[in-house]
Design a protein. Structure first.
Length: 104
């Protein structure tokens, strides 16, 4: 059974765009469009960037930077958690070995 995309109309910086969307994901698309519209309005509001294309590129670069920063923080947190788990595992093994030796 194949799913067909249905068109959803989104509004970004006062322009309407018809976007194909998988069934059941319309709310996510609309939420993403509202978020993008908001970020583009922020950049446009600074007055430093003129033109929709340039605004879109600036927002895309900012979002890419934020995404990579988050990924780096998550990787760092995962690495820290793995180190802590290894340390705890070693302490448990030492405690179990000590317990086994006491029983002998």
């Amino acid at each position: 059974m194949s799913t067909t995309s249905s068109p959803v109309v989104v509004n970004i910086l006062g322009k309407e765009y018809r976007i194909g969307c998988e069934p059941g994901t319309e709310d996510q698309l609309l939420s993403a469009a509202r978020f993008l519209d908001s970020r583009m309005r922020e950049v446009r509001g600074t007055g430093k960037v003129i033109g929709t294309d340039r605004i879109a590129v600036m927002v895309a670069l900012n979002l890419a930077h934020e995404l990579l920063h988050e990924k780096s923080e998550q990787d760092s947190a995962a690495s820290s958690a793995n180190k802590r788990i290894r340390s705890l595992r070693e302490r448990i093994e030492i405690a179990l070995n000590d317990s086994t030796q006491l029983e002998l």
